[in-house]
Write a protein that binds this ligand. Structure first.
Ligand SMILES: NC(=O)C1=CN([C@@H]2O[C@H](COP(=O)(O)OP(=O)(O)OC[C@H]3O[C@@H](n4cnc5c(N)ncnc54)[C@H](OP(=O)(O)O)[C@@H]3O)[C@@H](O)[C@H]2O)C=CC1
Ligand SMILES: O=C(O)[C@@H]1CCC=N1
Length: 268
């Protein structure tokens, strides 16, 4: 991989750039970035990671891979602006939520396309990514794509249709956990603990629970029951979650996010 061009240099692009550089997947000198108008951001990333700023669109002709990392609403304009500058077979990797492979090939022509749904934990090599490929991605390229995605976390190949669900679950997932932590910090400080103490306790609680699920191959409900003493504190807590319709809230959360991904796919 000689030249990787990011079209859109926002937070997801930065997460991937940082992950790829730190995991030695792509050298900073091989990465080129471009934005619509935020040149300060390009300077910032260039200074921080040593990546190159794309000077003119003609340079896209020499790209080995183009990463589309603009917001879904900007996808059409961004693709139209590069379509006449990219070589016939240059592979495209898109992280745009909801924008289908079909929509991408309609604007950029038939070519190898990977649609990826990473999450921001790519920054530290901990993304949980889903990926779908079109039929123009041959086995060698698929291997290369999977290696790149593996370097920023774990990656699971799914049917394209299922990327809506992946987006709603693991794409948005970090935000749900941060939101939960915000709520824990609010209540913990109401009980007189400092925010720092609650943060330390609960971040370790999240990390420990995730590690338990990974290392001790037991179902979440089995692990939950081991925490829950009859008539104890956890039972009281879970009962409160149930009476406040926790399951329904989570169901609606994922359903709304999945539905929004489908709307984005229709350009709404
Ligand atoms: N953030 C997340 O957790 C995740 C995001 N995604 C997906 O990643 C994509 C990017 O999201 P995110 O990084 O958060 O968004 P940001 O808003 O942080 O970044 C988008 C970037 O795209 C640039 N841009 C917009 N229009 C164009 C254009 N026409 N040509 C070139 N660059 C352009 C913007 O530059 P300027 O400021 O100059 O307009 C901006 O730097 C989205 O499609 C999202 O669905 C996927 C998984 C997780
Ligand atoms: O909120 C969004 O649309 C993007 C997709 C997944 C995470 N962030």
């Amino acid at each position: 991989m000689e030249k990787v061009v990011f079209v859109g240099a926002g937070s997801m692009a930065e997460a991937m750039i940082q992950g790829w550089i730190e995991q030695n997947v792509v050298d900073a000198t091989q990465i080129y970035i471009t934005n619509r108008s935020n040149y300060e951001r390009l300077d910032e990333l260039s200074l921080k990671y040593g990546v190159n700023i794309l000077q003119k669109k003609e340079e896209l002709f020499h790209a080995d891979i183009i990463v589309l990392a603009v917001k879904p609403k900007d996808g059409k304009v961004a693709m139209e602006s590069i379509s006449s500058f990219i070589a016939q077979n240059t592979p495209v990797l898109s992280v745009m939520a909801g924008i289908s492979i079909n929509a991408i090939s309609n604007l950029l022509g038939n070519r190898p396309i990977a649609r990826v749904m990473p999450n921001t934990s790519a920054t530290i090599g901990m993304s949980a990514s889903g990926v779908a490929f079109n039929e123009d991605v041959n086995e060698d390229l698929k291997k290369q794509y999977l290696q790149m995605l593996d370097a920023i976390g774990i990656v699971i190949e799914v049917e394209e249709e299922k990327l809506h669900a992946v987006t709603a679950l693991s794409g948005s997932g970090p935000a749900y956990l941060y939101y939960l932590l915000e709520a824990w910090e609010k209540v913990g400080t109401e009980f007189g603990l400092s925010k720092e103490t609650v943060r330390k306790l609960m971040v370790q609680t999240i990390a420990g629970s995730a590690a338990m699920l990974q290392q001790i191959k037991e179902e979440p409900d089995v692990l939950r029951k081991k925490v829950t003493s009859p008539g104890g504190t956890t039972e009281a807590g879970i009962q409160a979650l149930e009476s406040h319709h926790f399951n329904e809230a989570i169901y609606q959360c994922i359903k709304s996010a999945e539905a929004r991904s489908r709307e984005l796919a229709k350009g709404e």
